[in-house]
Design a protein around this ligand. Structure first.
Ligand code: SAH
Length: 215
């Protein structure tokens, strides 16, 4: 007999991709494929596994959240990845978005400031055989110079101002996706580095947890 969980999560994942993503304008087939493959239930707390494919953010430990699937899809789609890139994620949380990025880019550097979340994310990524994600426990506002320059950077927490180190570590022509604004609401923006200029595009309104200040 097929395991009930395996059948149900595959169906729920396919429904999530169709209804929450594709019909709401996510058109990049690589993004849709990646999100069809990554088992979101592996990243959510045990008590919430039944809600893993809900159309919402879900709580993690330490007052943090795993972002709504649509926000993950919009953020990673905006990076316009082809598969050969090196990318940086700030705010790895559960590791879910890093797992999605691992299928879209060659190498993923992901930073999370809460040590317990880093340990948990590392365990889940290892259990799924994801081997192109490096996780670091640090203040992501400083970026990760060792991996720079990055073709794409995605920030999964709200920034009042875009941390300058992230712009410095972005490759010429690279894209930085970041929710910019205060605690109660932000604009998800794509910034494209063009010499000394940054071309800015507003993608949508959003509500992310704030980027906190490390020491
Ligand atoms: N991308 C995550 C969800 C992120 S929620 C996922 O797929 O599950 C935002 C995360 O940013 C939280 O885990 C929070 O602890 C982390 N964070 C907040 N400020 C940070 C900082 N300065 N540096 C690194 N991570 C930070």
């Amino acid at each position: 007999m097929l395991s009930r969980g395996a059948v149900d999560t595959g169906k729920e994942r396919a429904a999530m991709v169709e209804h929450q993503l594709r019909r709401r304008g996510i058109g990049n087939t690589r993004v849709l494929a990646a999100m069809s493959e990554v088992p979101r239930e592996a990243f959510v707390p045990e008590a919430l596994k039944a809600s893993a494919y809900a159309d919402s953010a879900l709580p993690l430990s330490h007052g943090q959240t795993i972002s709504q699937p649509l926000m993950v899809a919009m953020s990673v789609e905006a990076l316009e990845l082809q598969g050969h890139e090196t990318v940086l994620e700030i705010g790895a949380g559960s590791g879910y978005q890093a797992a999605v990025l691992s299928r879209l880019a060659k190498k993923v550097y992901a930073i999370e400031i809460i040590p317990e979340l880093v340990d948990h994310a590392r365990g889940v990524l290892d259990s799924l055989g994801v081997d192109n994600v490096e996780l670091l426990c640090a203040d992501g506002r400083k970026g990760w110079p060792e991996g720079a320059p990055y073709d794409g950077i995605v920030v999964a927490a709200a920034a009042e101002e875009v941390p300058p180190a992230l712009i410095e570590q972005l490759r010429e022509g690279g894209r930085l996706v970041v929710p910019v604004g205060g605690k109660w609401g932000q604009s998800l923006q794509t910034l494209r580095k063009r010499g000394d200029r940054l071309e800015t595009e507003d993608l949508c309104r959003c509500v992310f947890v704030p980027l906190v200040y490390g020491s």
